[in-house]
Design a protein around this ligand. Structure first.
Ligand code: SF4
Length: 373
């Protein structure tokens, strides 16, 4: 974020912004939400909370997160596990480790899992994933919905994985503005904004529940970029969103620009405003309370839930691998086993007045509503 672009609006402007017609949100309204001063955030959160209750209810759904591998062929400039970071110890879970993690999720009534990894498109990788999806379904009695977060793939690969039983796919756009996207990715022929958009379109065509998301508080990012991000999610009719504050990693090229960043507490509050703004804009989608929120504030995920999020992704990766999947620094929950993490989360969610949707798939209502329309 270039701090000079970030000027809060005054009290009378804030009053106007907070009395918007929530059924007709404009780009200017979104900009107003983003530029609200700190003492007006509670009012924005209250507005979003009412909409959440009305459209998706006060239930939080679990997605057990399996960080399958930190091997990646790409070099995104912000990412701690980028291919060129040779300080990372690389790993890939074996089949039993993945299936055991999925069993843990099923036995603990999570109903959904996410398989996430660095991006690889080789046939060894794509066929392993296909086999894993089938095996997870057969070993857990088809109880789990499977989300994949495995980057840009060919339409053929997306089809293969869907036919094996994956129902949801997360592919973050990171920034919907092409100028900023280019600043976050090297110009090496492997990182193309256009290809990212085409991949999202393929997923939609193949009838996945499609998830995307952005980073908030990036160097070079202006309030207008954030407005564009929200409008992009709306224009692409995204079903599920995971977005959180950008947190720098010292072994990445983007770290050089850390002097442009807002202080961490302001980046966190910006994240809360974005979650609330998105809930007001896209009333029936699923929104994740991301771990990055908690990295910047001890109650970050709870606050995101209150501001409109309704999904949480407890990490169920075997503990010994977690320290090697650091996309950013100070990532929480890297030293707590899955059982402990579950108990901690239950307590945390109880403080928000939400209940946990155990044994419920918690499909995006937006997706269901679109299919039925
Ligand atoms: S963000 Fe994803 S694709 Fe980019 S380097 Fe990191 S793991 Fe690889």
């Amino acid at each position: 974020m270039d701090a000079k672009d970030f000027k809060y609006i005054n009290n009378s402007e804030a009053k106007k912004v907070l009395s918007v017609n929530v059924d007709n949100i404009s780009a200017d309204d979104l900009l107003g939400f983003i530029l609200l001063p700190e003492d007006k955030i509670e009012a924005l959160v209250n507005l979003a909370a009412k909409i959440k209750e009305q459209y998706v209810g006060n239930t939080v759904y679990y997605r057990g997160l399996i960080e399958y591998s930190n091997i990646c062929a790409k070099n995104c400039l912000y990412c701690g596990i980028r291919a060129c970071n040779n300080k990372v110890e690389r790993y890939e879970l074996n089949e039993d480790e993945v299936v055991n993690a999925a069993r843990f999720a099923a036995e603990h009534h999570y109903a959904s899992i996410v398989i996430q990894a660095g991006e690889r498109t080789d046939s060894l990788f794509t066929s392993k994933i296909a086999r894993l999806i089938s095996k997870i379904h057969s070993e857990t009695g088809n109880k789990l919905k499977i989300t994949l977060s495995l980057g840009e793939q060919s339409e053929e690969t997306y089809r293969l994985w869907r036919d094996c039983g994956a129902q949801r796919y997360l592919l973050r756009i990171e920034s919907a503005s092409e100028d900023l996207y280019r600043k976050l990715h090297p110009a090496d022929g492997k990182h193309s904004y256009k290809k990212r958009i085409e991949a999202i379109e393929s997923l939609r065509k193949l009838e996945y529940q499609v998830g995307s998301g952005v980073m908030i508080g990036l160097p070079f990012q202006t309030p207008q970029h954030l407005v564009n991000d929200l409008l992009f999610l709306k224009d692409f009719d995204i079903d599920m969103v995971g977005m959180g504050p950008y947190i720098e990693h010292h072994e990445t090229p983007l770290y050089e620009h850390r002097a442009l960043l807002l202080p961490k507490n302001e980046r966190f509050l910006l994240g809360i405003k974005m979650v609330a703004a998105l809930r007001i804009l896209m009333k029936d989608i699923n929104i994740a309370a991301t771990t990055a929120m908690q990295a910047l504030h001890p109650k970050g995920r709870e606050m995101a839930i209150v501001a409109g999020a309704n999904v949480i992704m407890p990490n169920i990766t075997p503990l010994k691998y977690r320290k090697d999947y650091l996309l950013y620094e100070d990532k929480p929950c890297t030293d707590e086993d899955s059982e402990k993490c579950l108990k901690c989360l239950e307590k945390r969610i109880a403080t928000t007045g939400n209940q946990i949707g155990y044994d419920s798939w918690g499909d995006s209502k937006h997706f269901t509503n679109r299919k039925n329309s």
